[in-house]
Every structure is written in structure tokens, then in C-alpha cells.
Write a protein that binds this ligand. Structure first.
Ligand SMILES: Cc1cc2nc3c(=O)[nH]c(=O)nc-3n(C[C@H](O)[C@H](O)[C@H](O)COP(=O)(O)OP(=O)(O)OC[C@H]3O[C@@H](n4cnc5c(N)ncnc54)[C@H](O)[C@@H]3O)c2cc1C
Length: 390
């Protein structure tokens, strides 16, 4: 009889896992059920673009049913509420699902580090809906500025200078002057600030590339406030550890992620930031039939540092989990997770980016931007290739 494999989350990790498992198994071997709270798959790595109106929602979402077509993967649009690993059962908002094998790929949520007011009074950028909210809010700030001339409406603060924060700052640096022109607002009144607690921006990137990024963004009016933690946020005001305050109607927080609470609440072992501990085969620690992949888990790389929460790593975890679920079904040797790291590219707005491939190859400017843009197509081609099989 076919084994029932339930995959929770159709993001980078869950979708690739489902498609890879579909490729490996026959309908007699596996019944694959993919659960996701939206009917679409989101290209999360592009969200900074719709957040400023540079792209539309349709450019960063793909209908899951249109991806799966007639494949033997059953899609269930529902919200996961809890997991009972003893009963091998998942509770959804509208019912229950039993499983033989479970894959948890529910992504991450925003980490607020307990900073008072941050959760209540900031925007976040982790979904298409949140990107839409940011775009509508920014547009409204410009639309209404000439009514009351409140400067806080034209002061935009991005908290966090990692990948997400810097890519968003780059888009804003290009789009805010265009909005000023559209709404007849004085350009010199518009302020764009990036606040970061760590001593530098873009941790993990080569120093020369970071310098290029900083210079490019400063050249477009971005003010960096580095090595300065945010300590409180109130409506209309951001407080910094230095005692300084920033009057602003727009605080967008990209300062960190933590695991999705369902994982710890369901009794899986987690590290302090709520990400699941897994074994070398991506199974939840101490579990034979539960895999936890993507941003929901925590894996140390050979250099002793955790792999960063990226789409690049998440898709490879999805592939590895599929291979190991199949190995479990067939009682054959499993494969330890050993990702291939291609490098990283961060966009700096519409025409610029920084990127590295391995230790030696580095690129900046338009060329790097094209590579970043192509990464979306590389990912879509990968999904396409998986779809062609079976
Ligand atoms: C703006 C931005 C830019 C980025 N740029 C890059 C980049 O250039 N390169 C890179 O490698 N990484 C980048 N990242 C990081 C990357 O997007 C994440 O690491 C990746 O999305 C994680 O994949 P995942 O499958 O674990 O989670 P996700 O892609 O978040 O997928 C999780 C899925 O689970 C669903 N879900 C969640 N909770 C529930 C529930 N309770 N019930 C049902 N469904 C649920 C969600 O709807 C979603 O479909 C970026 C992130 C952001 C925010």
C-alpha cells in the first residue's frame, strides 16, 4: 500500500521536496499531500520589488495548482494548526490529516528580540500580503504629505542591514524619488535611513563588495546608522540606544527571523530561536519519520556556523529530504545533507548589485544585477525540470 507523505508548506523547501519525491516514487509507493495556507507559491526572494511597486503581485506568485497540474501530488489549501507526532496526525483549520512520513517546511517568522513596540508598530517583509501593505502605506504617505506637511511621513526607516534589509533599501532608494515626483513632494524632504545593531552591513559578504554597496546606496541618499540598536518603537517614533530618536511613520523591520512556533509547540527539539534541530538526513532529532527543512530548521555547516536561512539552502534541503524519505521507504542507505554553495548576490536597486561566486569571483554593478535577476529564472527552470519528470 502507498505510504502517505504529508508536506507542510509549499515554499522553496516544501515545493521542491514534493516535486522531487514525485519524481522518485510511483503512485503505488507514495501518496503525496502538499498543504499550504495560500493557493499560490511565493517567490519570497523578490518581495522587495512589489513592496515598493517595482513589480506586481502576479510577478512574484505562482498558482500551486498550475504548477502541480496532473501530477500525483494532492494540494490542500489550509492552515496548519498543530502536529501530534505520537498519533502521527496534523490538525488543520478545517480537519485532520494522518501521515506515514511528515515534512515540515513552514518557513520562519520575524524575530523582534523583545524590543518594546517593535512588533506592534513596524512593517515586516515576509509575504506578498506584507509587501502589498508596505507599498500601499508608502504611497499613502506621499499622497497625504501635502495636506499636513508632516516630515515623519517622508522619513523611511529600514531596521536591519542583512540581505533583506539592504535589498529593500536599494529598491526604496530608486523608487522614493519617483514617488516624490509623482505626488509633487519636494525630493529633498525625503529621508531613507538604515539602522543596524551590528558593526557592519551585509554580514558574510566580502569587504570590498560591502564597501561598493555602501557607497552606491549612500550615493542615492541612504543614511546608514550602524552599530546602533533600536531599543523601542512607539507610534511615529523610533528610539535608538544612543538616546537619539527618529520621527517616522514608516519603520520596516528586517532584523532577523526565528522558527515557526508550531515546531516547538509540537514537541520537536529546537535551538533558542525556535528552529528545529535535525540530524544529518534532515530528520527532526530523535524522529524516524519527520523531516524539518528550510528556514524552520537549524543546521551547522562544516565550519561550525549555521547555514544562513536562504532559498538556495532551502531548496537543497527539500531535495535531500525527498531522497531520504524514498530511502526510508526502500530501506536503503540515506544521504547526508551536503549543500553546494554557489555564492550570493544581493541587489541594490534597479540597476546595481553585488555578488560572489566561490572565494575568487566577484561582481558589482549591472552584471551582478543581471545574475541576481537570472537567479529567479534558474529557480523556475529547476521547478520546470522537476515537472517534466513523471
Ligand atoms: C525580501 C527577501 C529577499 C530574500 N532574498 C534572498 C536571496 O536573494 N537569495 C536567497 O537564497 N534567499 C533569500 N531570502 C531568504 C529566502 O526567501 C528564505 O530563506 C526562503 O523563503 C525559505 O524557504 P522556506 O521554504 O523554508 O520558507 P518559505 O519560502 O517562507 O515557505 C513557507 C511556506 O509555508 C507556508 N505556511 C507558513 N505557515 C503555514 C501554516 N501555518 N499553514 C500552512 N502553510 C503555512 C507559507 O505560506 C509558505 O508558502 C530572502 C528573503 C526575503 C524576505
Amino acid at each position: 500500500m502507498a505510504k502517505k507523505v504529508v508536506i507542510l508548506g509549499a515554499g522553496y523547501a516544501g515545493l521542491v521536496c514534493a516535486l522531487e519525491l514525485n519524481k522518485l516514487t510511483t503512485a503505488q509507493e507514495a501518496e503525496i499531500i502538499l498543504v499550504n495556507k495560500h493557493e499560490y507559491h511565493q517567490l519570497v526572494t523578490q518581495l522587495h520589488e512589489p513592496a515598493v511597486g517595482a513589480k506586481e503581485e502576479k510577478d512574484v506568485t505562482i498558482s500551486i495548482n498550475s504548477i502541480l497540474g496532473a501530477k500525483k501530488i494532492k494540494f490542500v489549501k489550509d492552515v496548519v494548526v498543530s502536529i501530534d507526532k505520537t498519533a502521527k496526525e496534523v490538525t488543520l483549520e478545517s480537519g485532520k490529516l494522518s501521515y506515514d512520513y511528515l515534512v515540515i517546511a513552514l518557513g520562519s517568522e520575524t524575530e523582534y528580540f523583545g524590543i518594546p513596540g517593535l512588533k506592534e508598530y513596524s512593517y515586516t517583509l515576509k509575504s506578498v500580503n506584507q509587501a502589498n501593505r508596505i507599498r500601499e502605506h508608502i504611497e499613502q504617505c506621499f499622497q497625504t504629505y501635502n495636506q499636513d506637511k508632516k516630515d515623519s511621513k517622508l522619513t523611511f526607516v529600514v531596521g536591519g542591514a542583512g540581505f533583506t534589509g539592504i535589498e529593500l533599501v536599494g529598491e526604496l532608494a530608486d523608487m522614493l524619488p519617483q514617488l516624490a515626483q509623482k505626488y509633487n513632494v519636494p525630493k529633498e524632504k525625503v529621508k531613507l535611513l538604515n539602522v543596524e545593531a551590528a558593526p557592519m552591513i551585509l554580514p558574510g559578504f566580502d569587504e570590498g563588495l560591502v564597501a561598493h554597496a555602501k557607497q552606491s546606496l549612500e550615493g542615492r541618499g541612504v543614511k546608514f546608522i550602524i552599530g546602533t540598536p533600536v531599543v523601542q518603537v512607539e507610534p511615529g517614533i523610533v528610539h535608538l540606544k544612543t538616546g537619539d530618536t527618529i520621527p517616522t511613520d514608516t519603520m520596516i523591520w528586517t532584523g532577523g527571523v526565528r522558527g515557526i512556533p508550531i515546531v516547538a509547540e509540537s514537541g520537536f527539539e529546537t535551538e533558542p530561536r525556535g528552529r528545529a534541530k535535525v540530524d544529518e538526513y534532515m530528520r527532526a532529532l530523535g524522529e524516524e519519520d519527520v523531516w524539518i527543512i528550510g528556514d524552520s530548521c537549524f543546521v551547522l555547516s562544516p565550519n561550525g556556523r549555521p547555514y544562513p536561512p536562504t532559498a538556495q539552502i532551502s531548496t537543497q534541503m527539500g531535495e535531500n529530504a525527498a531522497v531520504n524519505i524514498y530511502a526510508s521507504m526502500k530501506h536503503v542507505k540515506k544521504e547526508a545533507f551536503a549543500p553546494v554553495l554557489l555564492g550570493a548576490v544581493a541587489s541594490l536597486g534597479r540597476k546595481n548589485a553585488i555578488g560572489s561566486l566561490g572565494k575568487k569571483m566577484k561582481a558589482t554593478g549591472w552584471l551582478a544585477y543581471r545574475v541576481k535577476d537570472a537567479s529567479k529564472y534558474r529557480y523556475l527552470a529547476k521547478i520546470g525540470a522537476l515537472l517534466k519528470s513523471k
